[in-house]
Design a binder for this molecule. Structure first.
Ligand code: F0G
Length: 459
């Protein structure tokens, strides 16, 4: 099938090197009908079959490796307790994090919910380098006042850092309960946090007796940036990851990102005393976390809401994600895609270096002066070429937004050069007609997390 002058891709990878899946570009008429039916909300499209290339998220959408596929389809153990799949996953988490106290959850957000439930009281302040949508929603839901403090714009590398000067000022002036570091920083253009910044943050946090929490969703990608741009390849990715975990009092991770699995997650606690509270108090909170998991997720010593197949995917994924072979390929894909999009006219948020698993386009700069530019671009890319992407913008964050960004996230191992070239070609078509676009309005606003559930209409 041809689309003007470029070949439309026909397949994507489902299991790396083993299984491909056919993909289709439905007609433009059908795409327009789908958009109307979905109220111009790409989370609500009727089926993945009407999407040619899906860059909405890289969370739980990757192609499995052959070993992950084998382990999850042939070796998974569904026992309710003492499951071998949980034993394998727990061992992999221990190796990955260097921690002994490990609790399972079914993905990242229940960890956010449970930690907020146990550690946050109404009015507590939480300071961060950048909270993602559900992290912000879970903390705010429990009454926390969340404040992002991204690094100053003058910093060229490690733009995911927290502003440690502001952090110390804020902690000196008023007590905060928690400092939460997102590795890497999804809301700040997928940019990494340096080891030096994390160490300094840990030092300040301890000094002022707050709890340091690490959201470790993309910690392996973050460690690759540290390995490449900060420590000059002197140590291994695994050692950097364990050092990052060792600085936090509490960490949690969605296995849907750097666990390379289709679900899953975990919480780990520091083995040592934390400065935020006395050790008996900390132990009491850990017991509360266990109870919350039993109540909401499943057996806290067994599976915590994860099906055994997912535990096998995660156990293997955590071993594969730390290899340079995997990380270089992943970063290489993002760099290539970003380059092609730039050639087609895209302006990139925090251009140097490209974010780990996604390209972040500065929609506000490309479509100045119109309402909801990221939504406008998102819809245009679907209409032009069946491409799904995701706005990280004022629809998602309301007044707390720090930009009108369109994210094209690259699911691990699914797409290759032909897909990226095609998407850049479609982007070029969007650039040619962008001056005709007038923006969007919100026709149904459900409030919090409205990007998932809201309705929109073109102006
Ligand atoms: N923290 C970060 C930094 C995230 O990016 C996400 C999810 C979560 C927590 C929640 O994890 O999905 O397993 O419940 N981010 C997705 C994304 C969905 O598209 O970036 P989850």
């Amino acid at each position: 099938m041809e689309m003007d002058s470029i070949e439309v891709p026909k397949f994507k990878n489902k299991v790396a090197g083993v299984q491909k899946e056919r993909i289709y570009l439905v007609s433009k008429k059908r795409r327009r009908e789908e958009l109307e039916k979905a109220h111009y909300n790409l989370f609500k499209l009727s089926s993945s079959k009407v999407i040619l290339l899906d860059f909405q998220t890289a969370s739980g959408t990757g192609a499995l490796s052959a070993k992950q596929h084998y382990m999850s389809s042939c070796k998974a153990d569904p026992s309710y307790t003492s499951s071998e799949s949980w034993n394998r996953l727990r061992k992999a988490i221990r190796l990955f994090t260097g921690k002994e106290r490990i609790f399972p959850v079914h993905q990242g957000r229940p960890a956010e919910d449970i930690l907020s439930e146990v550690f946050i009281e109404k009015g507590d302040r939480v300071l961060s380098n950048g909270l993602f949508d559900t992290t912000f929603a879970n903390l705010s839901h429990k009454g926390a006042v969340c404040i992002d403090m991204p690094a100053p714009l003058s910093e060229r590398f490690f733009r995911g850092n927290i502003d440690t000067v502001k952090l110390e000022e804020a902690l000196r002036d008023e007590k905060a309960k928690m400092v939460l570091m997102t590795l890497l920083n999804n809301t700040e253009g997928g940019q990494p946090v340096s080891l030096a910044n994390l160490k300094r943050t840990a030092h300040i946090t301890k000094k002022y007796k707050a709890l340091l929490v690490v959201d470790a969703c993309r910690i392996a990608q973050n460690a690759h940036f540290i390995w490449r741009d900060e420590v000059g390849g002197r140590t291994s990715i695994s050692e950097i990851i364990r050092e990052c975990f060792s600085l936090a009092d509490v960490s949690y991770m969605s296995l849907k990102k750097d666990g390379l699995a289709h679900g899953g997650g975990f919480i780990v606690f520091d083995n040592n005393e934390v400065s935020a509270m006395l050790s008996e108090e900390f132990e009491k909170r850990i017991r509360e976390v266990r109870k919350e998991i039993f109540r909401k997720e499943g057996n806290a010593d067994g599976y915590g809401g994860m099906p055994c197949e997912i535990m096998e995917q995660g156990a293997q994924g955590l071993r594969e994600v730390v290899t340079l072979k995997h990380l270089k390929k992943r970063m290489g894909d993002t760099e290539y895609f970003q380059e092609q999009l730039k050639k087609a006219g895209a302006k990139i948020k925090n251009d140097n270096p490209p974010g780990g698993d996604a390209v972040y386009i500065d929609a506000g700069a490309l479509l100045p002066g119109i309402p909801y530019p990221a939504k406008t671009m998102e819809i245009a890319l679907y209409e032009e070429g069946g491409i799904r992407s995701c706005g990280i913008d004022s629809i998602m964050f309301g007044e707390a937004t720090r930009g009108e960004i369109l994210r094209l996230a690259i699911p691990a191992g699914v797409y290759g050069k032909e897909h990226f070239d095609y998407a850049a070609y479609v982007f070029g078509k969007f650039m040619k007609r962008k001056n005709e676009l007038k923006g969007f309005k919100i026709t149904y606003d459900p409030g919090e997390l409205r990007h998932f559930d809201g309705h929109f209409a073109p102006l």
